[in-house]
Design a protein around this ligand. Sequence first.
Ligand SMILES: Cc1cc2nc3c(=O)[nH]c(=O)nc-3n(C[C@H](O)[C@H](O)[C@H](O)COP(=O)(O)OP(=O)(O)OC[C@H]3O[C@@H](n4cnc5c(N)ncnc54)[C@H](O)[C@@H]3O)c2cc1C
Length: 259
Amino acid sequence: MKIAVCVKYVPEGAARRIDSATKKLDRSGEGTLNPFDANAVEEALRLKDERGGEVVVVSLGPDKAADALRKALAMGADRAVLVSDQAAEGSDLVATSLVLARVLEREAPDLVVFGQQGSDSDGAVLWAAVADRLRLPVVSQAAELTLGDGSLRVKRQTEYGYDVLEAPLPAVVAVSDAINQPRYPSLKGIMGAKRKPQETLALGDAGVDRERAGWEGSRTTVLRLEPPPPRGESRRIEDDGSGAAAQQIVDFLAEKRLL
Ligand SMILES: Cc1cc2nc3c(=O)[nH]c(=O)nc-3n(C[C@H](O)[C@H](O)[C@H](O)COP(=O)(O)OP(=O)(O)OC[C@H]3O[C@@H](n4cnc5c(N)ncnc54)[C@H](O)[C@@H]3O)c2cc1C
């Protein structure tokens, strides 16, 4: 079975800096493998252990994104494909989905796995756009994933519990971060990663016209950015160790007619 995992190179750390001139995320500095995508790599490796086959990681990003791909290789993925091209800088969701879809068409995997969201942009939508381009079924928030013969079964986390969904393969699955505990790369894995096949493609190699990616191919415009509005009036109830806070909360809710 061939499994492709889409992984993103994101700025390290939780702090997000916005460049006020471009109204874009400032992605300068050190970066890393999107933590949500470690769950996607882990799940693909688990399925490979079960079924055999190959795990290929795919990314669109700057040259430095090779580091993120190498981490996935160190975890156990077999091969990496990075699309890195100056002309791809500034690609929005539509352009990004086009580039990834072209690479996935070429790879023709049985299953495409995504993380649930990029920790920098938090879109949680790219997998749907890619699945639409590939005309493949998509299931998101997969908290459990099992493969049958030519199909998959997903326990999908919802607000109210779980839905169980089945889809024919090939399909696209975005896994929840609750699906597994990603492994740490071993020293042997880190050393071995350097020798695994790592391909870097320009847009043209991936079959994407330059004008359909990057700033030129992106129709999204950020019009305005504002800090979130301050919270309204709030009351803080703290317990002094006596348990009295519980009664205060009950009284407060009763006062608001919420009980
Ligand atoms: C005008 C504009 C300019 C932009 N310029 C840039 C830019 O220069 N650089 C940049 O990184 N972003 C840029 N972005 C943001 C870019 O559009 C998003 O990063 C992209 O659409 C993915 O969305 P997301 O990060 O919210 O991913 P989500 O939808 O949250 O990601 C879901 C999953 O998709 C996969 N994924 C996400 N991104 C990639 C990727 N690049 N390669 C492989 N898999 C991926 C991962 O599995 C991830 O877990 C720009 C956005 C706009 C509006």
